[in-house]
Design a protein around this ligand. Structure first.
Ligand code: NDP
Ligand code: HSE
Length: 430
């Protein structure tokens, strides 16, 4: 091959980073693939926009077909975002025998299996390393690095924006809105940050991770989801008092072939490997039966880190082109999905209640727990004035089903005013 031509769909934060990484690492790319890489066309929304990268504007286009149907373009790099319109572009690219590299978790979480099977029908590669945890090579870590092992648990901080918010709220006592605005200005948050703070962005990434890690098709709808919008400064302070750090955790656990996948704000013991992952950093803790505990850590968002993953995927495609093995690396899922029921999901729980400060209330709360086979590991009571009090407790491990029944009964219990908040609590145990 004399050179490899790439077409970009999108030239924003990640797309500009891709151009910069290709230019600045051209020597290394040449060494690995044996020929230069050139960007032939780039689809954008606005030609005359001021861009964060020096680029010949004659390669910019508003017409997707100039990228998707150009016979000289070998690989399409999709870094434009969106789901439905982008899916149509990728279907067109693949049916025209172009390999695809994408950073789009929104798309892959929903249409990943369909697009992957279209790619293999067309002997094309479809790689998506950047879609989960930006610059961390977690997908290759699972698929190649841990190919020999049986993964039973993954816990991930896979959204930089929410980790940034929770870190700043906990360490600097800043407000949610103030820190979110900073995360937007720094370019971690999505243009509409609802998916970040509501947990959907993490859920998409956990659907992708658990599909690969457990080798079964986990759909986005299978991921139980709770974001951080209702987390209060009081919750963070009580967590700290009990020796916990709050993180938005993507959780995937397999017992036998039954799995649970969730995203929720959870309290981690300070000694947990994920508790010290701060600011916009991401990390994925992976437990394999043979390897034991591993952790993949790094920048989960941002122009150059994400572009590194995209360009590494490009190198993967190009190496496959040289060997003539494109479209052969995707492995179909080994197992049929079996989701756990709530009675099979066990954890400790943090609970904050507002109650009447009167004789017998704590004892009737204790009875509700014991009647449901649950008990407390830690408890504290704070007077709130006007004969009200706050009770904060952490349970021993109990099933989600029992805990939800307890919550229903507590809400009806005489003397209990409100259930203020509840969070899953995680120790360092696998
Ligand atoms: P940006 O919004 O910065 O860039 C999007 C680019 O796509 C822009 O160049 C825009 O054109 C172009 N574009 C968008 N819609 C259209 C359209 N309908 N037609 C033509 N061009 C279009 O997004 P990012 O670079 O931040 O993200 C790109 C993808 O990478 C997303 O899927 C995102 O989820 C994913 N990702 C992003 C990370 C990050 O840190 N930012 C990290 C990991 C993944 P124009 O420039 O003219 O407006
Ligand atoms: N908005 C995402 C985040 C970008 O904050 O992690 C990376 O996917």
């Amino acid at each position: 091959m004399e050179s490899i031509s790439v077409g970009l769909l999108g030239l924003g934060t990640v797309g500009s980073g891709v151009v910069k990484v290709i230019e600045s690492h051209q020597d290394k790319l040449m060494h690995q693939i044996g020929c230069p890489v050139q960007i032939k066309k780039a689809l954008v929304k606005e030609i005359n926009k001021v861009r964060d990268v020096d680029i010949d504007t004659s390669i910019l286009t508003l017409d997707p077909e100039e990228v998707l149907l150009d016979p000289e373009i070998d690989i399409v790099v999709e870094v434009m975002g969106n789901i439905e319109e982008t899916k149509e572009h990728l279907v067109k690219a693949l049916t025209h025998k172009k390999h695809v590299v994408t950073a789009n978790k929104d798309l892959m979480a929903v249409y990943g299996p369909e697009l992957l099977s279209l790619a293999s029908e067309n002997q094309c590669d479809l790689f998506y390393e950047a879609s989960v945890a930006g610059g961390i090579p977690i997908l290759r870590g699972l698929v190649d690095g841990l190919a020999s092992d049986r993964i039973t648990k993954m816990m991930g901080i896979v959204n930089g924006t929410t980790n940034f918010i929770l870190t700043k709220m906990t360490k600097e006592g800043r407000s949610f809105d103030d820190v979110l605005a900073e995360a937007q200005a720094l370019g971690f948050a999505e243009a509409d940050p609802t998916a970040d703070v509501g947990g959907l962005d993490s859920a998409r990434k956990m659907a992708i991770l658990s599909t690969l890690g457990f080798s079964m098709n986990i759909d986005l709808d299978d991921v139980k989801l709770k974001g951080i919008t209702e987390v209060t400064e009081e919750d963070l302070q009580y967590a700290k008092q009990f020796g916990y750090i709050m993180k938005l955790i993507g959780y995937a656990h397999r017992e036998g072939n039954r799995v649970e996948v969730s995203v929720e704000p959870a309290l981690l013991e300070e000694s947990h490997p994920l508790a010290s992952v701060n600011d916009e950093y991401n990390a994925v803790y992976v437990y394999g039966e043979a390897v034991g505990e591993t952790m993949f850590y790094g920048p989960g968002a941002g122009s150059l880190p994400t572009a590194t993953a995209v360009v590494s995927d490009l190198v993967g495609v190009m190496k496959n082109m040289r060997l003539g093995v494109n479209g052969k690396s995707a492995v179909s899922p080994q197992f049929l999905k079996q989701l756990k029921d709530d009675e099979e999901i066990y954890s400790k729980h943090f609970l904050r209640l507002h109650v009447e400060d009167e004789v017998g209330v704590l004892s009737s709360i204790t009875s509700v727990f014991s009647q449901n086979g649950a008990s407390f590991e830690k408890v504290l009571q704070n007077p709130l004035g006007e004969e009200k009090a706050e009770i904060v407790l952490v349970t021993h491990k109990t099933s989600l089903k029992s805990f939800e029944k307890i919550l229903v009964e507590l809400r009806d219990l005489k003397g209990v005013q409100f259930v203020k908040s509840t969070y899953r609590v995680e120790g360092g145990d696998a």
